[in-house]
Design a protein around this ligand. Sequence first.
Ligand SMILES: Nc1nc2c(ncn2[C@@H]2O[C@H](COP(=O)(O)OP(=O)(O)O)[C@@H](O)[C@H]2O)c(=O)[nH]1
Ligand SMILES: [Mg+2]
Length: 237
Amino acid sequence: MSNEPEITNTLPPIKFRFAEFLQSASALTNAPADTGSEVAFAGRSNAGKSSAINTLTQNKKLARTSRTPGRTQLINFFTLSETQRLVDLPGYGYAKVPLKMKKEWNQHLESYLQRRQSLRGLVLLMDIRHPLTEGDEQMIGWAATASMPIHVLLTKADKLKRGPAKSTLLSVKARLAEFGDLASVQLFSSLKRDGLRELEVKLNGWLTDQSVFDDSGEAFEEQVDDSGAKDHLRPEE
Ligand SMILES: Nc1nc2c(ncn2[C@@H]2O[C@H](COP(=O)(O)OP(=O)(O)O)[C@@H](O)[C@H]2O)c(=O)[nH]1
Ligand SMILES: [Mg+2]
C-alpha cells in the first residue's frame, strides 16, 4: 500500500464501486444530458472491456447490464456521482456484423468522440496479444482529431511473460508518442487486478479536473455526495 501513487486532486477520489447503470443510448441524440464529466471505454469486442469495468467497479452486475442482448451495440451510461459518469461504448471488429450496421456504429462512435462536450478522455482497451488493430487505429484517429486524451489498457497482460509484455508496452508507447501528453498506455490484467491503481489514478485525474470548466465551475458547485449515485434506479429492477 505504501508505494501507491498519490492522488493530488482537490475533489474527493471517485468511489468506482458506486457506479450504477443510468441508461442506454443508440445515438448521441438520446444520450443523457451533456453536462459534468464522463470517461468512455472502447475496444474491439473480446478485448476485455466488460471484465475491466467489473474489476474497476467491483460490480459484476454492471457488466451484465451491457451483455443484455440488444444492449451490446448501444452506448451504455453509468453514474459515478451526480456529475460524473462512465460510458461503455459498443465493441468493434466483430466479423459477423453486416457492413451496413458496422458503418452505422462507426458514425455513432465518431460523432460521440467528436461532439460530446462532457467527455474528458477515452480508455482504449487492446488485448496485449493483438494491439493496434485497424479499429483501434480508427479510434485513435478520431480521438486525435478531437484532441481527446487517450489512455490505452493492454489487457490480459497475465497471458504474456514479463519480457514480451514490456516490449509490447514500449512499442505501443512509441506508436502514441506523436500525441505527447494526450496519450498514455499501461499493462492491465483483470484476472490478477494488475494495473488497477494506475487506471484509477488516470480516471480520477480526468474526472476531477476542474480546469476544463469556466470560472463559474458550473458542474462542481456542490460537493459531490456519494449517496447521489444511488438515486438512479436500474430499469430492470
Ligand atoms: N487471462 C485473462 N483473461 C481475460 C482478462 N480479461 C478478460 N479476459 C477474458 O477475455 C474474454 C473476453 O472478455 P470480456 O470482458 O467479455 O471482453 P469484452 O467483449 O471486451 O467485453 C473473456 O473470456 C474473459 O474471461 C484478463 O485480464 N486475463
Ligand atoms: Mg463486453
